[in-house]
Design a protein around this ligand. Sequence first.
Ligand code: ZN
Length: 101
Amino acid sequence: MTKRNRISIDLSDLIGLNFECSKCGTSVTVPIASLDVRMIEQCPNCKQGWGAQIHKALSPTPNHVRSVVDGLQALKQATSDKNAAGFTLTLEVAPSVTAPD
Ligand SMILES: [Zn+2]
């Protein structure tokens, strides 16, 4: 028998997004409530540019982050009254895998 634990996150529990620089490892958490995408245009430590661009004319990653956060906030507002919405919404994430003791 396989036992699986579900980990769900209520939208109201989402308070920030964490970014870790792949070059120097610096970690930055940006609050969702006051998202400023300028904070994630580059690493605050090593100044490595953040945001993959396939083509200069396409939106860089900070704009994608803005779209996701705007969508999450709209969902949160639309589902804040579960009676009016007719359902509750949570995000489900994969559980962490830990080695047995
Ligand atoms: Zn860095």
